[in-house]
Design a binder for this molecule. Structure first.
Ligand SMILES: [Zn+2]
Ligand SMILES: [Zn+2]
Length: 255
């Protein structure tokens, strides 16, 4: 399995998960044109996409879904709650999934799981290629036993580190937004994510990427040492997904 991101953060998210001839685009928070441009930067042809998976209906995750899905005739996988928020003219392309049941999209098995976030029926995913397990977790206000159960023993982990609590507290966001972001249905702060890393089995990890960093309320300089401490590893090993270019292709290997 290999994976990449064309951007991560509150101004747009989209992650690529690829195995053999199957490539899934998880969320599409950029316009279709911007998505095509960013895919080209990763040397990936949009015609080779297999499907779009949607985690939830917030604009930074669905902005380009409608136009991209229609243009490339891509199936769109979403929970019933999320699907109900998508534009009517994509409904013929939508496959609804139960967020407690695994399903396959060609060569990739997808295990969704429900997460606490202020959307209709948000879910996040674990991907299997028969050998490796990749976990994706962003847009989550609090860690649940279900999340821990699904993300344990991953070979790669793409994990939200949205904000530093002090930066959010002292920052320029209006109070209602501070409460939303920090709340149980908001976004993970750095300490919550580091604690998750300490709790689950990370002995198989080949890649760790911090995702969905707030540009105003966080900094890679805070996330990297915190994650490195939680994983007892060198800081240089912690990757940080950018809003502008996400991160380049990474690959899971044997042995
Ligand atoms: Zn988001
Ligand atoms: Zn969200």
């Amino acid at each position: 399995m290999r994976f990449a991101s064309i951007g991560s953060g509150s101004r747009g998210n989209a992650t690529l998960i690829s195995h053999k001839d199957t490539t899934l685009l998880v969320d599409c928070g950029f316009s279709a044109r911007e998505t095509e441009k960013r895919l080209q930067q990763l040397k990936f042809d949009a015609n080779k996409l297999t499907a779009i998976l949607v985690t939830h209906e917030h604009a930074d995750h669905i902005n380009g879904v409608r136009v991209l899905a229609r243009k490339y005739k891509l199936p769109v996988y979403a929970t019933a709650g999320t699907a109900g928020c998508l534009a009517e003219d994509v409904t013929e392309l939508v496959s609804k999934f139960n967020c407690h049941e695994a399903f396959a999209v060609h060569d990739i098995e997808v295990q969704p799981f429900p997460v606490p976030h202020d959307a209709r029926e948000p879910s996040q995913f674990v991907f299997h290629d028969g050998q490796h397990k990749l976990g994706l977790l962003t847009d989550v206000g609090s860690i649940t036993p279900v999340i821990e159960e699904h993300l344990t023993a991953c070979d790669a982990l793409l994990l939200e580190a949205n904000h530093d609590m002090d930066m959010l507290d002292q920052g320029e966001y209006p109070d209602h937004l501070k409460y939303r972001v920090a709340g149980r249905l908001g976004h993970l702060n750095n300490v919550q994510s580091a604690k998750l890393l300490e709790k689950i089995d990370t002995s198989r990890l080949q890649h760790i990427v911090a995702m969905h960093l707030s540009e105003k309320n966080n900094s890679p300089n805070i996330v990297s040492p915190l994650f490195a401490q939680a994983l007892n590893c060198d800081q240089s090993w912690i990757a940080i997904a950018q809003q502008t270019l996400g991160f380049d292709w990474r690959e899971l290997t044997n042995g």
